[in-house]
Design a protein around this ligand. Structure first.
Ligand SMILES: Nc1ncnc2c1ncn2[C@@H]1O[C@H](COP(=O)(O)OP(=O)(O)O)[C@@H](O)[C@H]1O
Ligand SMILES: [Mg+2]
Length: 279
């Protein structure tokens, strides 16, 4: 879909005047400062800013892991309600996250088979028949170029970093959330498997129509991967728009500075020549 088509797609997640103030004794810190945003179905959005700009605080509010100080979050056009555990669970069916450290996403005492079974239980219930279950697991693994038969008896710590990241994407493939939020998902791995991971996430978006929110300090990565870019400085969005508009024709001084820190923005992210699809 083109950028214009995406802007007319149904709303998935929106925020109005969303704010987070941390108060410690007499000191208060506004980490997210009255931000407005509209994320659409199937849109890939990057939120870009330097360390301390408020990205993680914003993602925790979006995930419902941190209370909002003021402002409102809308999920599919309606005010998000996560007061009760049942409401919270329902919301978490719609939004999933992947974090920097893939190890933290797994219970280390669970074999990979059990990790995938948990996803199937969450998405389809416990009573799905055995053959269908095996088919889903095989399909999810092959989607990320992993061989299910070789993994089934292993523990997460027996995998390489790249395999672990791919297993994380296999989980998302099974869970099929409407929104995937990825906070600096690729910083732990080398450039080649990084390209593989990013391409798998984009393929997943193409197949499922999920909305993908990337949180990153890397404006080059944002250009490579996203339809829409929001630039965050000191808790505020200083600029937003299509990736081309924001990065090729930046208006805010802060955006210009972020771009000037990446001298070869186009060359660096032309990954076709390093992408092999395998580690
Ligand atoms: N729990 C907290 N208590 C007080 N200040 C916090 C807390 N979490 C984050 N901050 C502050 O909020 C600002 C934004 O932090 P953060 O959201 O982690 O930024 P980023 O992810 O962009 O690096 C920083 O100044 C940080 O020190
Ligand atoms: Mg952060």
């Amino acid at each position: 879909m083109t950028y214009e088509e995406l802007q007319n797609a149904p709303l998935c997640l929106s925020g109005r005047q969303l704010t987070k103030v941390f108060v410690n004794g007499k000191v208060s810190k506004t980490a997210v400062d009255h931000v407005d945003f509209d994320f659409h179905q199937g849109e890939v959005i990057s939120i870009v800013g330097e360390s301390g700009s408020g990205k993680t605080t914003l993602s925790k509010m979006l995930l419902g892991l941190l209370n909002v100080t003021s402002g409102t979050i809308y999920f599919k056009g309606e005010e998000r309600k996560i007061r009760t555990m049942a409401q919270r669970r329902a919301y978490w069916n719609g939004i999933q996250a992947i974090f920097q450290d893939p190890f933290s996403s797994y219970n280390i005492f669970h074999k990979i088979d059990a990790v995938l079974d948990d996803c199937i239980n969450m998405r389809y219930g416990r009573h799905i028949d055995k053959q269908k279950r095996e088919d889903l697991k095989t399909e999810a693994c092959s989607f990320v170029n992993l061989k299910y038969a070789e993994l089934t008896n292993k523990y997460p710590f027996e995998l390489s970093g790249g395999q672990m990241q791919r297993l994380m994407i296999a989980r998302i493939f099974l869970l099929k959330p409407q929104i995937l939020l990825a906070d600096e998902p690729t910083s732990m791995i080398d450039a080649c498997s990084r390209a593989t991971i990013l391409d798998m996430l984009l393929k997943l978006r193409d197949e499922t129509g999920m909305t993908v929110i990337f949180i990153t300090h890397d404006i080059g990565l944002a250009y490579y991967i996203s339809d829409t870019v929001y630039i965050m400085e000191h808790g505020k969005f200083v600029e937003s728009g299509s990736a081309d508009e924001v990065i090729l024709h930046p208006k805010a001084a802060y955006t210009k500075r972020l771009i000037s820190d990446v001298p070869k923005i186009h060359e660096e992210w032309n990954l076709d020549d390093v992408f092999t699809g395998e580690e």
